[in-house]
Design a protein around this ligand. Structure first.
Ligand code: IPD
Length: 272
């Protein structure tokens, strides 16, 4: 288990931020000209040269400066860690938005330290997180114990939020049967909250909870790279993120301020 020196989180954050910005610039350079389009887990789960180029750029930049670190990436990057640090990268979160030129997509990077067990949000032990929104130029960052920030402004989740005033973001998986069950749960929740949003990038949804531009986010079936950076950003903004599997699907997560988190966890079918 690595014991970071005082300056190490800052060095990791600096590299993660530079890499996210470079990958974001590459995504913008290719925006609107989709090439090499293929599908992955289902006919509606796309990948293109943009995802691949972004991931390649991230991997090259990370390994050039930190050759002993591990990397896990959505598009297949898989390097074993010799240092105890592993970079968990989503080179393009919100791929469907990107395909349609809907501007809400991101580059998501977390650096996790090897740990004995898992944290409550199912990540390793994230020490640094960066989520960059290339279209707006916003950069969300967090370091473990050091707070969460949007372009240098400290973030704080909304607290307390009564359920009937809650703006709740969610998302749907790519598998049609799973989507049907997820839709049925949302139909039950919708009359009980202020409103529902489906914005299309899990990483940015988690940052929205941290920034208080939504009150909660939940989704089942999200991947490690979708949530690793956002989980630390939520936690460092005072939020909670725990397992939430209202339709019994794996890898479901709920992020919110503590009081709303408690209420939603009790909602029928909600928490464990
Ligand atoms: C997807 C987005 C979307 C979420 C899906 C994810 P991708 O990630 O985060 O908002 O609803 O579950 O798979 O495929 O664009 O990296």
């Amino acid at each position: 288990m690595p014991t970071p020196s005082t300056s190490e989180p800052q060095q990791l954050l600096d590299l993660a931020t530079r890499a996210a910005h470079a990958a974001g610039a590459e995504l913008l350079r290719r925006y609107g000209r989709i090439e090499g389009l293929e599908t992955k887990s289902s006919a509606t789960d796309p990948v293109s040269d943009a995802d691949r180029a972004s991931e390649r750029m991230l991997v090259e930049m990370i390994l050039a400066e930190r050759p002993d670190d591990g990397i896990i990436g959505e598009e297949g990057a898989d390097h074993r860690s010799a240092s105890g640090y592993t970079w968990v990268i989503d080179p393009l979160d919100g791929t469907v938005n990107y395909l349609y030129q809907l501007d809400n997509f991101s580059v998501s990077i977390a650096v996790e330290a090897a740990t004995e067990g898992e944290t409550p949000d199912g990540t390793g032990d994230p020490v640094v997180a960066v989520v960059c929104d290339p279209v707006t130029g916003r950069t969300f960052t967090a370091t473990r114990g050091g707070g969460a920030f949007l372009d240098g402004r400290r973030l704080q989740v909304n607290e307390p939020v009564p359920m009937d005033r809650a703006m709740v973001a969610t998302g749907f998986g790519y598998d049609p049967a799973r989507r049907a069950a997820q839709g049925a749960f949302v139909a039950r929740l919708l009359p009980r909250v202020r409103d529902i949003r489906r914005m299309g990038s899990a990483a940015l949804d988690l940052c929205a909870v941290a920034a208080g531009t939504v009150d909660a986010y939940f989704e089942e079936g999200i991947q490690h790279w979708d949530r690793a950076a956002g989980a630390l950003i939520v936690r460092e903004a005072g939020g909670l993120m725990t397992e939430f599997t209202p339709t019994g699907q794996p890898s479901g997560w709920l992020a919110a301020g503590p009081s709303l988190h408690a209420v939603l966890t009790e909602f029928p079918g909600g928490g464990k």
